[in-house]
Design a protein around this ligand. Sequence first.
Ligand SMILES: Cc1ncc(COP(=O)(O)O)c(C=O)c1O
Length: 309
Amino acid sequence: MMSRRQFGALSLAATVPEIAFAQHAAVPGAVPVDTVWLNANENPEGPPLEAKEAISRAIGEAGRYNHRAFPAAGRQVVKVQLTKQFSADVERMAHEARKAGGGVIHLGNPNNPTSSVTPKTELRWLAEHLPPATVLLVDEAYIHFANPAEVESAVAYVREGRNVIATRTFSKLYGMAGVRVGFGCGPTDLLKQMQPFRNNVISILGARAAMAAVQLGEEFVRARRAVRNRVRAELCGWLDRKELRYIPPQANFVLIDIQRNVQEIIPRMLAEGVAVGRRFDSLDTWMRVAMGTDVEMEKFRMAFQKVAG
Ligand SMILES: Cc1ncc(COP(=O)(O)O)c(C=O)c1O
């Protein structure tokens, strides 16, 4: 399970929140009090000061709904393996969508849990060769951390009037996972069709925080990306020295082949106070580790060395 298509379900991820959320990785039972959380691809830098201030200012409005507001049953799901380069197999996706008579092609760019991307030329080919009655949904939760030379945001395809939806979240680069806010861009007609499936509105605190965060502009994005990607490069250097294989990461987490059963290692890491990602389907020896602070990453390295080194 590395990439998947969901057919005939216009309600998309918003309708299956319990599996879409990173909280899926919730850890049962007691854990050491000083556990570092590298299991859910969050950002330890947390919300920008401006977003925190916006939330404080909005508290007085919290008695109100957000008046300027901003479920998939029983459909066939076809899972498509990634290519050997860990990118989406776009030709196969188009083929399967055509065979199914249309539906939704879901593609993470970068992809979770592999932290890999689908190159510009391949994604564009897919956007330009969508079979009839097919929507391409590109989840860009981690796109800020990817190499801009390799990826293209699907927002460009939406602007070109294609049957494409691009989704973003404030949970990753902006460090606002607990605020629960994100957005999607798509063609107006398609968004209108989805309207009946909308089952909530975002909180006014989330809306205010998100607006404050986006106003920080590119400079903030660049600075945050630089810190996360520096931590990531340091982890990769350490893995190289240990001769451990990993998929070259393009998101704020790394998928490492630890060459042993990850299911056994996860609880032992937790006992050392380090929460790493859960085991993923057909990836028995792969551990997903989110980028924490420098101190947290040092704790990860020490624990890993002790448990699996
Ligand atoms: C690809 C992808 N999209 C979206 C999300 C979740 O975003 P949100 O916090 O906005 O629900 C995650 C969370 O880990 C993710 O991996």
